[in-house]
Write a protein that binds this ligand. Structure first.
Ligand code: GLA
Length: 724
């Protein structure tokens, strides 16, 4: 169901109804727009309270303190979270936004509501938009601010949403993803107690340290037994579709009033709106699941597939993500034509579909200290240019991909020698280098135009099918000497410029796919996912670390966007041996790739790789677009992940089971599947073994016995097919 918006004109109430949830708001007699409900689907609009400002408990909590406004501006007695703060030229910093009008419409088949508010003194008009994804209980919220006055107004805080949960003093759990380079998306759970929990990014990109996503569940929190990965309970979740500085604040009062604020980070932020100017804030995608974390996963993952990821035409199905090979760990910067051709031949022999040349291919790049900015092939490594290699890769039946890091420049580059003023800097301050590189000032039109020309040229001259777009350092000295008045707008202008470059390149080269990378998974947000086809989830390809990382990402990223490689072991970051099957199984949980040095793989390894690649290709629609269930968390020493999809009228299941070790020689407990039809029969189609039949009821209630070999890092892939 697309969802529907119900309206009660007598009481000025709107209810956004999705299949299993409701989000409601209303206008008070004074014109304040109040939040009324978010949670399970209501039976009738009549159940909702009148939209009145509640009486304060004391003089310390009066006015609009607990009014739960849909878009609380900074002004009056609004004592809690506010979304918008603005200063007029006369120094007044007070806003008072009141309801003007609301419109119900439909945008691309999805019902939407727009609510207009206005602050009379500044003539700022605020348009709140709500777009429904009815089947998935998801709402996308947007905000557009327009200055309809004559005088400029400077925004100093601009969040997209302050969301309110039903008041409750029962313990709640906040789940977030924290991390650092090569350790992304580590699941964090903490009790929501009175006070504020704040997360943010303030260095120019969404970042490794935390992710603009969170979930709040109703479960009790015990440190010793973290809530299971489960299928029960109510989960509220929200994510900000933004790749620049962001903030997320979860605030709770002693009487159980919990709000969740998401938006642009107000740290070092200012944006001046001249008369007539408009400012669009990044969208917040929010959802409610009454069936636990798996329910949340499936809703947001399928929403991303249906409504976020780019496609060539609105209704076009998402094509399968190709199985890729990437040169980085095999050759690092030592890429050249003969070496890459040899690797490509080995990759093609395995069934690889996309061959990607990573860093090192461009002019002057033999280490990380030179070349960024000069996006032409290095004449020493590719004396004939890239075309012979690309042709070779294409003749081998694969697509060709290339690594770039367009937002950056090495001081040792032709670009920097010609345009040292093109980087963020302050005139009399040192320019801090990180990985020997500086950040280009993408707020400048000439820099953006230059990058578009260079990248467009690269894609026009060579038959490139895939770009890995990297970004390897945070911002510093965020200055623009020619335009000091715009300096605090850079944070937003830079992220928008990245979007506009990607949008322009996609429009001109619709067949080219893009991967978002920022030293691994430093920019894996919905803003990037609107214009990239996958993300490089982490530089850490050690398979046991990867399981933790991928479990974290699975809270919102669909498997098809989580690029995952099989690499050599022992190898970089991998002091241990890991069985090749284990490495493949972990990488098969997402979009499978290989990053090992195939020239050194022996015949057995090549044969095993051919086998796993063929199995992945067969299971690809189930894994990349199926429903995902985390049956057991790697945090407990073993993991089980189930994918379920109906392919050509047949229900298919792929079950991956992993075990760290088995020091006591215990059998694994039976793995209980989810989401099956209890009355149906399912057939296990193991390799070599005769098919075994079970009912869905047995597989869900008792589970399937999985025998894993002894020894560390055992794993198994089991397939089931529904027979009746
Ligand atoms: C970053 C990426 C890696 C690789 C290197 C190349 O670290 O995350 O995958 O592309 O850059 O320099």
């Amino acid at each position: 169901m697309p969802g529907e918006i119900q309206y009660d004109p007598a009481r000025s109430i709107w209810a956004l109804m999705t299949d299993r949830a409701t989000y409601a708001l209303g206008v008070t007699p004074e014109g304040f727009v109040r939040h009324l409900w978010w949670g399970g689907r209501i039976g009738s609009l009549a159940d909702l309270p009148d939209p009145r400002v509640p009486a304060g408990r004391s003089s310390q909590e009066g006015g609009l303190a607990a009014a739960h406004e849909e878009y609380p501006v900074w002004g009056g007695l609004r004592l809690r979270e506010t979304a918008l703060q603005a200063t007029r030229t006369d120094g007044t910093r007070e806003l008072d936004a009141r309801f003007v009008a609301a419109t119900i419409a439909e945008q691309s088949g999805r019902p939407s509501l727009t609510v207009q508010l206005r602050d009379a003194a500044t003539a700022l008009v605020i348009e709140l938009s709500y777009q429904l994804d009815g089947a998935r209980d998801i709402i996308t919220r947007g905000v557009r601010i327009t200055n309809r006055g004559d005088l400029p107004v400077t925004l100093e805080r601009a969040l997209t949403a302050v969301l309110y949960l039903p008041r409750s003093t029962a313990p709640r759990t906040l789940t977030t993803l924290a991390g650092s380079w090569a350790a992304e998306a580590q699941i964090q759970r903490q009790p929501v107690v009175p006070g504020i929990i704040a997360l943010d990014a303030r260095h120019g990109l969404a970042g490794h340290a935390s992710v603009p996503w969170c979930a709040i569940s109703a479960r009790e929190w015990h440190q010793a037994t973290p809530p299971d990965v489960g299928e029960h309970g109510e989960v509220y979740f929200a994510t900000l579709a933004w790749s620049g500085n962001w903030l997320l604040r979860c605030a709770t009062t002693v009487d159980g009033d919990t709000s969740l604020a998401l938006g642009l980070n107000d740290h070092d932020f200012a944006w001046t709106l001249a008369g007539g100017d408009t400012f669009d804030l990044p969208e917040v995608v929010l959802g409610f699941a009454d069936d636990g974390f798996d329910g949340m996963r499936q809703r947001i993952q399928s929403h991303i597939r249906a409504h976020i990821l780019p496609r060539v035409a609105v209704d076009a199905p998402l094509p399968p993500r190709p199985i890729l090979y990437n040169s980085w760990e095999a050759t690092y910067f030592a890429v050249d034509e003969p070496g890459q051709m040899r690797l490509a031949e080995h990759a093609a022999a395995l069934g690889i579909e996309l061959f990607v040349v990573d860093d090192g291919w461009f002019k002057g790049r033999s280490l990380d200290n030179a070349g960024l900015g000069d996006w032409t092939p290095d004449p020493a490594k590719f004396p004939r240019g890239l075309t012979p290699l690309i042709d070779h890769v294409h003749h081998l039946g694969m697509r060709f991909g290339l690594w770039v890091e367009p937002e950056m420049v090495n001081p040792d580059s032709d670009l920097y020698r010609a345009h040292a003023d093109w980087v963020y800097h302050f005139p009399d301050r040192p320019r801090s280098e990180s990985r020997n590189q500086l950040v280009l000032n993408l707020a400048r039109d000439d820099v953006r135009d230059h990058l578009l020309r260079v990248l467009d040229d690269l894609l026009s001259r060579s038959a490139i099918d895939f770009i890995k777009w990297d970004m390897n350092r945070p911002f510093s000295e965020v200055g623009w000497p020619a335009h000091p008045e715009l300096a605090r707008e850079i944070w937003v202008r830079h992220a928008r410029a990245v979007y506009s470059l990607l949008d322009a390149l996609r429009a001109r080269h619709p067949r080219v796919n893009f991967e978002s990378c920022a030293s691994g998974g430093g920019r894996a947000d919905l803003g990037m996912l609107r214009r990239t086809d996958e993300v490089w989830a982490s530089d850490n390809t050690r398979p046991d670390a990867r399981l933790t990382i991928q479990e974290g990402w699975s809270f919102f990223l669909p498997a098809r966007v989580v690029a995952s490689w099989v690499t050599d072991a022992p190898g970089w970051m991998r002091r241990h041996e890991y069985p090749l099957a284990f490495r493949f199984h972990v990488a098969m949980l997402g979009t499978l790739g290989i990053g090992g040095n195939l020239l050194e793989w022996d015949e057995d390894e090549m044969a095993a790789a051919r086998h796993w690649i063929a199995r992945y290709r067969d299971l690809r629609p189930v894994i990349q677009d199926g429903r995902q269930y985390w049956l057991a968390s790697w945090q407990h020493g073993w993991a089980a992940v189930q994918y379920l999809a109906e392919i050509d009228a047949q229900e298919r299941i792929a079950l991956f089971v992993f075990r760290r070790d088995n020091p006591f020689d215990f059998a694994l407990p039976p793995v209980r599947l989810r989401g099956l039809d209890p009355a149906a029969t399912y057939v296990v189609t193991g390799e070599g073994a005769p098919p075994t039949r079970y009912t869905g009821a047995w597989l869900m209630a008792h589970g399937i016995d999985v025998s894993l070999s002894d020894g560390p890092y055992a794993s198994q892939l089991i397939e089931l097919i529904r027979r009746s």
